[in-house]
Design a protein around this ligand. Structure first.
Ligand SMILES: Cc1ncc(COP(=O)(O)O)c(C=O)c1O
Length: 329
């Protein structure tokens, strides 16, 4: 599938919201073994150079940077940011220079691998200790690129601009097509990690547009920047406004799916494992055949385990796997 479903549904946006396919869609859905009514949508392998949810956002943001003639991308994330790796790989492959502001996070093997993957692309990396220092570093990188003819463009933390969120509006329409073709029942809930909020925001808008009776259960993993239901909802509404401004005929207010963001599995903070997340990773591998990394998917897996254990048989629940530890780096 090369033409995005959003372009098929809203032909008027094609010239204004360009798209560059970076992975193979649709990603697989399958029933989770031994757990009745639990399904997984496996975005872990989405992308040719690097897999996962960050690639879906880049399909829209990278296409836009290239269309606007940008030559440098400045972005930010944790030291082990998957977004930073995805930007560094795909933007470099598209001929752009990349500069990353890397905010210190608890260091482990996983983070070290991600940081090395960014450096290996030749990207400029500025390490900072606080969010304000990160804003300053990003400003300096943008200014330097501008005065040296680098024609910079900015991608926010996690790629969660309204344009980036289109990646998960698209992914929700993809899921709706899989439901319509009988691959899985319409889920009652979709469980997904929440970092910068764009994945959950895009899903809330996309599921709403698709008319699915599904609640988005966002599993908060981030305590570094303010993030919760109001922020995710605002991002979804901003994404709807972007679509409308670009020519899509969308009802107002935007039809968002019900959304909850829960901090119950965050534990001591971003990047810090909990007993539940440590136990959930092998549990997920056994049942669903996918491999959680520690920062995002292991905490979403802990949520899935608790929610489906507490309410067994209570309607189809879909776990949205946003990156697979086996495919990272
Ligand atoms: C593997 C993985 N899952 C989920 C998320 C959360 O997505 P978002 O930042 O869109 O909330 C991220 C990034 O932050 C991620 O790298």
């Amino acid at each position: 599938m090369t033409v995005p479903l959003l372009h098929e549904r809203f032909p008027a946006i094609v010239g204004r919201l360009p798209f560059r396919r970076l992975g193979t869609a649709p990603t697989p859905v399958r029933a989770v073994a031994g757990l009745s009514g639990v399904w997984v949508k496996d975005d872990g392998g989405y992308g040719t150079l690097y897999g996962g949810n960050k690639v879906r956002k880049l399909e829209w943001t990278l296409a836009d940077l290239l269309r606007r003639g940008r030559r440098t991308v400045v972005t930010a994330g944790g030291t082990g940011s998957h977004h930073a790796v995805a930007v560094a790989r795909y933007a470099t492959a598209a001929g752009l220079r990349v500069a990353v502001v890397a905010l210190e996070q608890p260091y482990d093997d996983h983070v070290a691998r991600q940081a090395a993957a960014v450096r290996a692309t030749g990207a400029t990396v500025r390490r900072v200790r606080s969010v304000p220092a990160g804003y300053l570093a990003a400003g300096l990188l943008l200014a330097r690129a501008a005065v040296t003819g680098g024609r910079p463009g900015l991608l926010p933390i996690g790629g969660s601009s309204p344009r980036g969120c289109l990646g998960y509006v698209e992914a929700a329409l993809e899921l709706a097509a899989q439901v319509a073709s009988g691959e899985l029942p319409a889920p009652r809930q979709v469980v997904v990690p929440v970092g910068s909020g764009g994945t959950a925001a895009g899903l809330a808008l996309g599921l709403g547009l698709a008319g699915l009776p599904t609640q988005v259960v966002g599993v908060l993993v981030n305590d570094q920047t303010p993030m919760g239901e109001p922020q995710v909802r605002r991002l979804a509404e901003a994404t709807a406004r972007l679509l409308r401004r670009s020519g899509a005929r969308l009802p107002a207010p935007a039809p968002l799916a019900p959304l909850t963001v829960r901090a119950d599995w965050l534990g001591p903070g971003y990047g810090l494992a909990t007993p539940a997340s440590t136990a959930a990773a092998p549990w997920l591998a056994d049942h669903a055949g996918v491999h959680a990394e520690p920062v995002y998917t292991a905490k979403a897996a802990a949520a899935l385990r608790d929610l489906t254990g507490a309410e067994p048989g209570h309607g189809p629940v879909l776990y949205w796997h946003t990156a697979d530890d086996l495919h990272l780096t």
